[in-house]
Each structure stands twice: as C-alpha cells, then as structure tokens.
Design a binder for this molecule. Sequence first.
Ligand SMILES: *[C@@H]1O[C@H](CO)[C@@H](O)[C@H](O)[C@H]1NC(C)=O
Ligand SMILES: [Ca+2]
Length: 325
Amino acid sequence: MHLRSFTASLFSFILINLSNAQWNTKDFMKREHSLIKPYYGSGIDIPFWQFTGNTIVTPNHIRLTDDSQSKRGALWNSVPVSVRHWDLQVQFKVHGKGKDLFGDGFAIWYAKEPMVDGTIFGSKDYFQGLAIILDTYSNHNGPHNHQHPYISAMINNGSLHYDHDRDGTHTQLAGCEAKFRNMDYDTHLSVKYEGDVLTVSTDIENKAAWKECFQVKGVKLPTGYFVGLTATTGDLSDNHDIMSVRLFELDSPNNQIDEDRSNIVPSATFFEPPRDHIEDPKPSSLSGIKIFLLMLLGSIAVVACVVIGIMFYQKHQEKSRKRFY
Ligand SMILES: *[C@@H]1O[C@H](CO)[C@@H](O)[C@H](O)[C@H]1NC(C)=O
Ligand SMILES: [Ca+2]
C-alpha cells in the first residue's frame, strides 16, 4: 500500500469514527474539479469553471436555464480530469411552473470537448466521452417502456448520434425513471466510475442515502476529459439549477497499478436492447403455418357459403315449382 493511500485510509478511519459513522470524503475532494459555495473567488470569475449561454450565477445556485422558452446554458470545468477512478456528485434542482408539460432536461458530461454548443441538451452531438442525461420531456410519439423524467447514460466515440425523437433510447447503456422535479428538498446525483464500472445513483427522496439507478460494467473512458453540465429548454421549460459539483478521487479497486488510459477511445461492452426494434411492427410476422391455416379457414368459409347458397337456391326452386303446379 502506498504511504499516501495508507495515510488517507487512516485519516478516513478516524473521520468515520469522529463524525458518528458518517462517511466524509471531503479530504479526497479534488478542489480543481469541484464547485461549491461561495462560487466566486477574488474576481468575477469562478475558479476552475467557465460558463456560457443563458447561464446565470447567483449566490445560491448556478442557473443553466430559467423557466422560459428556447434557453441554453452550460457550465464546464476548465481543468482536465487526470484521476482514473472518481465519484462525481452533483446537487441540483429542476423546477418550474409546468405541472404536466415541462422540459427539456439537462446533462452531466465527461467529454473531450468542453464549451462546444450543440443539440444534446446544450452540448455537441457526436461527442466523445460519457453523457448522463436527465431527460424530463418525452419526445417519443409512440408508447413508452418508461416514464419521464428519465436518467440514462450514453458512451460515445464520436460516431453515435443522439436521437431526440426516441429520447436517445437506442444508444443508451442503461437508464432508470427518477422523479426529481419540483422537490422542496435537495436532490443529488452520483456518477461513479471505478475500475471499468459505471454506477449512477440518486438521492431524490430526502433520505440522505444513495439509491442505485443503474450499473454498467465494461465501460472504458480515457483520462484527460472535462466535466460539464448543460441544459436546454424548447417550447417547454424549467429552471435547471446546479447547487454544487464535487469530484472525489477513489482508490483503484484492489490497489492495482492502473494502466495508462490517456489515449484510449471511449467504449462500452454492453448496450441495452433498443426499445424501438421491439415495438416496430414486423410485416412478415405471420409464419408459414399461420398463413396456411388462415387460407384453409378462408376456403372452408367460401365453400360453406357456396354450398349454403346452392341449397337455398334449390329450396327456392322447389317452392317455385310447387306453386306453379
Ligand atoms: C465507435 O463506435 C462504433 C459504435 O459503437 C463502432 O462501430 C466503431 O467501431 C467505434 N470506433 C472506434 C474507433 O472505436
Ligand atoms: Ca426528451
């Protein structure tokens, strides 16, 4: 064990015992990737962070969009993350006037290119990296396998397009429903990347505890990407507020020596089966046997009709004859 991690373990052991068994990771927090109150340093800049679009900084939150139409805001960390294993914890608040109609949502990024305007909740499509999307509005016109708001993860090496019409479901790794909107209390999300395992958890029920949303293994992300938060409104709107961002460095699992990840391409081994491929009606779904049986039934019906018709006609003819003679 390294001296540093030994000291860290010892320190956390003491902290756990001192603070009444409450896990306190403050000492692993990477200040250069975190955003906590007060946001401003000595000047008008937020140290380590850049923002753009309609983003507004107030003493209590950073508002990516307000509750009005066609807004777009972004907040990006200006220092690339060199830490290999991390836990990114975001305290946020999504709220607005809308009771049934609101949108569009926001995204948490670990991406190669920060501060690039685009169509995926305020950042670029065909991105490289990881997107955690908190989608509050269902753009899909058909039946849904899930409710909104919906949290999902997407890994991209620059080749995949996020399809809003299907709410990104055919490129997502995994997702979960999460009712995080219009809460009176604080809502939190954790994106943990440890080993090659991505775990997204929420704390949206005011229980001060993480609840797993999903976990995906086989996720490979390079070091040196940027943390970002972006949001958009369209015809529908919401306030998308960020209260704090904290990035904690985690020890490597099993204390292994980590391979160099600075030059790899983002990839994921497991994808969810695309929803729409299941729903789309298949024109050739009638098997041969079924078609044969249907045709057989049809011909029996036709024959029966003809036979009944002939019988009816003969009866009629007989009747006519009787009447004549
Ligand atoms: C990028 O991802 C796509 C789709 O997952 C895959 O087909 C392609 O081979 C990947 N390209 C690279 C360079 O990894
Ligand atoms: Ca959507």
